[in-house]
Design a protein around this ligand. Structure first.
Ligand SMILES: Nc1ncnc2c1ncn2[C@@H]1O[C@H](COP(=O)(O)OP(=O)(O)O)[C@@H](O)[C@H]1O
Ligand SMILES: [Mg+2]
Length: 425
């Protein structure tokens, strides 16, 4: 068994949605086998297996608890992670673990789920190299957290948040919103941010920030073997003190057909050095664009107020809610609202269809938006007091949780042993 250097312990009453302060890094391609004793625990682990952060992990669940595990591993190698549920008394759990230890590969991590809230038991589990102890009943997200926590390298922090912005239709101003929000994150919230243009053929981030870097995201996506933070850093163009750009080539010599996880390594690398990664996702539905949205920490859908936008926003919204049951809901904003003489669908109708209010209603202002686009400037640079500039600041705050009261989380990542000592004191 692997020694418990990262052991954590937390109350079983967990929240069911990840808070903004918390980032659960996705687990790598590891094998996880769970031996449960109760159907409730099996169901929670089963649901955890559906979470986006465990998409790469191979999860197998069976009943029978410790006894079944001991039986199973006598004749077969142990996986990366074993989750064991035991309703037994402490001494029986420890005896079972000792038997299991004789078959356990050195790299295998063990997570125990038990009913007992017993300090002596925790101690003995730690001594035996158990990585985590969860008290039942357990929640889905607790399982996700426990598994992912085993593989997130402590030196990979701080981890950035990925904010994906997509339009419900082409031309609705999704890129404009993404760039202006990125600008506000950097200038007003002073968060180091990178705007990443994923529209490789036609992206406008370079134009909008008046930058023409010789290299950009294409270098990375076409040479996946070279991706590391130093390599990605060299591809970034600096726009302002806190804002960088990973630009699209916007050339047509090559075609841009990518596999579903083509950008994953780039995002992982960006988030190790940048607190905010704003993804300008083009309006298309491909394996990678879908995966990019599902994998993001937050999603902002930009819609213009017409029927096709309403339908598409609803479809995107519903799909993303369903595929991300343990995450915050996507956000959406309306843009280009109030085009003279144009009949429009009202914000209240959007709110009714989506059962959520838009986070911003940005007016159609051709003069200032047109000037910004043609000058390679942001709205706030043209007119800092403009109401659209104010809205982008508010959106930046909203997307980083600055506009919400901070939830207190008590020592979530305190090592198990510290927690024990605290409890005894
Ligand atoms: N609120 C607005 N008022 C007026 N024009 C806008 C507004 N938002 C965006 N635009 C303009 O709409 C055009 C399309 O914007 P863009 O951001 O490229 O859309 P998308 O990325 O959704 O295809 C651009 O010319 C942009 O300047
Ligand atoms: Mg765009």
């Amino acid at each position: 068994m692997k020694p418990a250097n990262q052991a954590t312990w937390e109350d079983s009453a967990s929240t069911d949605v990840v808070s903004r302060e918390e980032h659960i890094a996705p687990a790598p391609r590891v094998s996880v086998q769970a031996f449960c004793e109760t159907v409730e625990t099996a169901a929670a682990i089963q649901a955890a297996g559906q979470d986006r952060r465990l998409a790469k992990a191979h999860l197998r669940i069976q009943m029978g608890g410790l006894t079944a595990a001991v039986e199973a591993y006598q004749s077969s190698p142990t996986p990366n992670v074993i989750i064991l549920e035991s309703e037994n008394r402490s001494d029986e759990i420890l005896a079972g673990l000792d038997r299991l230890a004789t078959f356990c590969d050195p790299g295998t991590r063990v997570v125990i789920i038990g009913r007992l809230n017993d300090v002596m038991l925790y101690r003995e589990l730690v001594r035996r190299g158990v990585s985590d102890y969860l008290i039942s009943p357990i929640g889905t997200l607790q399982v996700v957290r426990a598994i992912c926590g085993l593989f997130s390298a402590p030196d990979a922090k701080p981890v950035g948040r990925i904010i994906a912005v997509i339009g419900a239709k082409g031309g609705v101003g999704a890129s404009t919103v993404a760039h202006n929000v990125g600008f506000a994150l950097a200038r007003d919230l002073m968060l180091d941010s990178v705007v990443t243009d994923l529209d490789l053929a036609f992206g406008t981030a370079g134009l909008d920030f008046n930058q023409d870097p010789p290299q950009g995201i294409a270098e990375a996506v076409f040479s996946p073997d070279r991706i590391d933070t130093a390599f990605i850093d060299r591809l970034l163009a600096k726009c302002t003190e806190h804002l960088s750009l990973l630009a699209a080539p916007a050339t047509l010599e090559r075609v841009y057909d990518f596999g579903a996880d083509a950008f994953d390594a780039i995002f992982d690398s960006l988030r190790t050095t940048m607190p905010c990664v704003v993804l300008d996702v083009p309006h298309q539905w491909t394996g990678w664009s879908k995966q990019t949205l599902i994998g993001a920490d937050d999603i902002l859908i930009v819609a213009a107020p017409d029927l096709a936008n309403l339908r598409n926003t609803k479809n995107l919204y519903d799909l993303l809610k369903a595929t991300r049951p343990n995450d915050r809901r996507p956000l959406y904003c309306l843009n280009q609202v109030g085009v003279p003489k144009r009949p429009e669908i009202k914000a209240s109708d959007f709110a009714k269809a989506l059962e959520a209010e838009p986070v911003a209603i940005i007016p159609f202002e051709p003069q200032v938006f047109g000037a910004a686009a043609n000058n390679g400037q942001m709205i706030a640079e043209i007119s800092s007091n403009h109401r659209a500039a104010e809205m982008f600041r508010e959106l930046a705050q909203r997307l980083t949780g600055r506009a919400e009261p901070k939830k207190q989380r008590s020592g979530l990542l305190l090592p198990l042993i510290d927690k024990l000592l605290q409890r005894q004191a």
